[in-house]
Design a protein around this ligand. Structure first.
Ligand code: FES
Ligand SMILES: [Fe+2]
Length: 345
């Protein structure tokens, strides 16, 4: 079960070309491409003639031609030509999904076309802000998407799972001041750690020699988690209001279900220091990638246990407050969609 009526990250804009890109999103096979005139297009990845995935075909101008018998589809998914005959069978078409390129990200709408509103797409101006440099990646993680939400919203795990990179001391993370603020369909968690040991990644980036003050802000809305991280020498520049910092990191986390048991994870890491040194961007990307590989081990192992023991009880603790709210938001939105579907039938 997924929320259908919302924008999800389908990929990064740079991934799209006239080469067909196949991706399963919300258990639906999708083929995406950039037409020769530059339109970004997403269609159901299934030919309506004999079900060959359209991703076996090729882009021709603004159209896609199937790789089996050459049916030609336009960017709305309508079949407009059948080789060897003058007419197209009535109703020969496949689903089209609205696809929008914004902030170097591809956003897709898999739900009711009448409800798709481009103004609802989340903003991420950091991707085009010259005060920030970024690099990102796409992973497929073998777990339910809400385990990734839990992992990103609760950063108290950082000290335990990421000791070699962004960790620092576990106790400092568990004892951090934490504020949880619910906003409609979203939640923001703020964490402050004062006078704490700088983690290895921060030392490598900035060269901190002594203890630091750190802050983290995690903002969840369905489909996207934005993480803002800052640090400064203890007592210098740390300000919970204007959050001026020597080291600023911004992590974009697009979380899109692939299936009930696997998730697309599109992330970027941006930094606000040493902007003219591409090796700093590369090094930050490599370190964040390492931390996400550490998270992958955790969430995929959890998934196996949840599948093995679906009925065994787990319980919540204080640090789960943000994640619980995110689960509640998703459950409510899915319930509302279910009710609306019942009313319309
Ligand atoms: S299966 Fe696509 S044209 Fe026949
Ligand atoms: Fe993590």
């Amino acid at each position: 079960m997924f929320i259908q009526n919302q924008w999800y990250v389908a990929g990064f804009a740079k991934e799209l070309s006239t080469q067909l890109l196949a991706r399963t999103l919300l258990s639906e096979p999708v083929v995406m491409f950039r037409s020769e005139s530059g339109k970004v297009v997403a269609l159901e990845d299934r030919c309506c003639h004999r079900n060959l995935p359209l991703s076996h075909g090729k882009v021709q101008g603004d159209c896609l031609s199937c790789g089996y018998h050459g049916l030609v589809y336009n960017t709305d998914g309508e079949c407009i030509h059948v080789p060897g005959q003058d007419t197209v069978p009535p109703g020969a078409k496949v689903k089209k999904f609205p696809l929008v390129e914004k902030d170097n990200v591809l956003w897709i709408w898999m739900g009711d076309l009448a409800k798709a509103n481009i103004a609802d797409i989340p903003d991420y101006p950091i991707h085009s802000d010259p005060r920030w440099a970024h690099k990102g990646s796409h992973y497929t993680i073998n777990c339910h998407y809400e385990l990734i939400h839990d992992n990103l919203i609760d950063l108290s795990h950082v000290g335990y799972v990421h000791g070699k990179t962004i960790g620092g001391t576990p106790a400092a993370h568990s004892e951090a001041q934490m504020f949880v603020e619910r906003q409609g369909n979203g939640v923001t968690v703020r964490r402050f750690m004062k006078d704490t040991v700088p983690p290895p990644t921060y030392v490598r980036s900035i060269g901190f020699k002594n203890n630091i003050d750190r802050w983290m802000q995690i903002t969840f809305v369905p489909g996207l988690i934005r993480i803002y991280i800052g640090a400064a020498d203890t007592g210098k520049g740390f300000d919970e209001k204007n959050q001026m910092d020597q080291l600023g990191l911004r992590i974009f986390n697009g979380v899109t279900p692939e299936t009930e048991k696997s998730t697309h994870y599109f992330w970027t890491a941006a930094h606000n220091h040493r902007l003219t040194e591409p090796n700093v961007t590369e090094a930050l990307h490599a370190e964040v990638a390492q931390t996400f590989e550490e998270d992958r081990i955790v969430v995929e192992a959890q998934q196996r246990r949840f599948e093995q023991f679906p009925d065994r009880k787990t319980f919540a603790i204080k640090i789960d407050a943000g994640g619980i709210h995110a689960r509640r938001v998703i459950a409510q939105l899915m319930e509302a969609e279910k009710k609306a579907a019942l009313i319309s039938t």
